[in-house]
Structures are given as C-alpha cells and as structure tokens.
Design a protein. Sequence first.
Length: 120
Amino acid sequence: MTEDAPDAGFRPYLNVVPLLNGAFAGLWTDLAEYDTRARHLKDFEVLLGSALRRQPCEYDSYGKAKGRNGNKTPLPPLPDDDDQYVPSDIFRAWIVVYEEILREAGSVCGGPPVPLEEAE
C-alpha cells in the first residue's frame, strides 16, 4: 500500500456521543434560562451533523420543519445573527426537530417514533 492510497478498512471514529448528550441537555437548560440565542441551536446542529451519516438538513424531519413534505406551518429560519434571540416556542420546536432527526437516524430509542395509535 502506498502513502497516498486510502486504506479501505479505515473508518474514522469521532467520539461525539458525550458531547452530543451534553449539548442536547444544554439546549433544554438554555431554554429554561431564557438564553434562546440562535447560536445554541446552530452549534448543536453542527455537532449533530458530525454524529450522523447525513447532515441534519437531509432528514425528512428537518424537511417537514422547513415546510417541505406536506407541513403547512414551517418553522422560521434561524436568524443570521448568532446573538439574536429566538422566541422560546420556536427554540423548543427546533429542539423537538433535532430529537426527531435522532430518532429517524436510529440514534434514540432504536429508530423512528411510533405513532401513538400503534404504541397502545
């Protein structure tokens, strides 16, 4: 094998799970403390992307939140200014979207959410 040939068996691993768990809990703390600056959601989304096979925006849950896939009430985009505050209901809704993405990716509870009528 030459130095420039990729190792077919090499699969890099980033141990982002502890960071992701802490950051997700941090979003709820930020919400409880009314520190709903856009930077918290944006930073979490970057970290989330490093833990998934695809970027968060490529998941159906994200598309639904943005008004694609039949959702008639899309979430507003996050402000460009990282220090701008996001209304708490919108901040909370983005946290739920990130949780849905984790479920869709199979990272939480082993898979996508089960509709309530099927869970009973």
